[in-house]
Ligand binder design. Structure first.
Ligand code: SAH
Length: 364
């Protein structure tokens, strides 16, 4: 029996590397500079279709349209908060959804992107991991979030910062993340300085070292949330297999290889990890290290029975850290009225889906 004729799949344009695009143009007898023209339309001129690329020959535009989809995700929801934070819920080719966010603060335009559908880390306060990990995103799927958010900005504004703090554990999908970061920092790409990109991780030691060895100036943030294993095991279950000491050693390596001060994120959970004794223990852990602590008052998640910290305890926590000479900031909440915290909107969307029940009863 003959195998069915294979229908060539249309490719997501943003999955193509620069070299592959040059090659694709070459295969069509087009000079290499065409690839740069196309990339300029994508990244600088924010084209929404190949047809718009009016300095390309018509035949090339047609070939591009036949072979590639510029964007493949479907916009399911677009929310705008009172503080002008915008959030997109994007449906991928296989029906999975991810979210990404644009935040505005003075002249900063910061985007927050997802790297996985769901998450395997299981942090008890986080909406993203509540239903486990479904799959990794491809480079194109990550990049598409960037490009869609970029197109929300007026022509005179650019993305100034990026945080990889959306759904998923970025270092568990380093293979897809690294090429995305390369496009972000490429002068002919989004042209963002590596120092303006923050990758946030639950703390996977070997992956932190691999990330350091890339030799870039990316900013690393480690979601610590507890100063000791006993407490961290309860809040961040994956810690059982890692341990705080191994994370600190990897963070020290990151600092010595890149020279970049590491940020420790610490989500404050009322009465669980927000007491003065934890603040002192954290200060002790960070003693002698070039570190910065970012305190994050927990965003309440409907499905979870956890309380936000009360302000006096948050202030006291900060005071103690400062008293011990630790650099500390408290994260401002953005887009609270649109559930901007990672994973919340996707979770709500999953729960709103109609339940499809199959009738498996045998016919009468
Ligand atoms: N997996 C990565 C990146 C995604 S989460 C990581 O663990 O760092 C990005 C940050 O948001 C993490 O510091 C995470 O702990 C925090 N976060 C998750 N749920 C939160 C919530 N409900 N309130 C406040 N911060 C939360």
């Amino acid at each position: 029996m003959n195998a069915p004729a294979e229908i060539p799949a249309r490719k997501r344009f943003s999955d193509l590397t620069r070299d592959e695009l040059v090659q694709w143009c070459g295969d069509r007898g087009e000079p290499a500079y065409r690839a740069e023209q196309i990339r300029k339309w994508m990244f600088a001129k924010r084209a929404n279709s190949f047809d718009e690329m009016n300095d390309l020959p018509k035949s090339l535009r047609t070939a591009l349209t036949e072979h590639f989809d510029l964007f493949t995700a479907k916009l399911v929801r677009h929310l705008v908060a009172k503080d002008r934070t915008e959030k997109l819920l994007l449906e991928l080719g296989d029906g999975e959804v991810v979210e990404c966010v644009l935040m505005r603060e003075d002249d900063r335009r910061t985007i927050c992107i997802s790297t996985q559908v769901g998450c395997a880390m299981g942090c008890i306060f986080c909406a993203s991991g509540m239903e486990g990990l479904k799959r990794n995103l491809s480079t194109g799927e990550i990049l598409e979030q960037v490009l869609r958010l970029d197109r929300l900005l007026p022509s005179e504004e650019r993305i100034t910062n990026m945080v990889v703090m959306g759904i998923g554990e970025p270092l568990a999908n380093l293979g897809a993340l690294v090429p995305t970061l390369a496009v972000m920092t490429d002068k002919q790409g989004l042209g963002l300085g590596a120092r303006r990109i923050t990758v946030s991780t639950v703390g996977l030691p070997e992956k932190i070292r691999e990330f350091a060895r890339l030799g870039h100036q990316y900013h690393l943030a480690i979601s610590l949330h507890a100063p000791n294993d006993e407490l961290r095991n309860r809040l961040v279950p994956v810690n059982h297999r890692i341990g705080v000491n191994a994370i600190m050693a990897a963070a020290d390596d990151y600092f010595s290889v890149t020279g970049r001060r590491v940020t420790y994120e610490y989500v404050l959970l009322s009465q669980l990890n927000d007491g003065p004794e934890q603040a002192r223990e954290l200060a002790d852990l960070l003693k002698g290290r070039r570190a910065h602590v970012n305190l994050i008052p927990m965003n309440p998640v409907k499905e979870l029975d956890l309380d936000e910290p009360v302000q006096p305890r948050t202030m006291e926590f900060r005071r103690i850290l400062e008293e011990f000479g630790v650099a500390v900031t408290i994260r401002k909440r953005k887009g609270a009225d649109i559930d901007a915290a990672c994973g919340q909107l996707r979770l709500e969307h999953e729960h709103d889906r109609p339940v499809v029940s199959l009738d498996v009863s045998s016919p009468e």
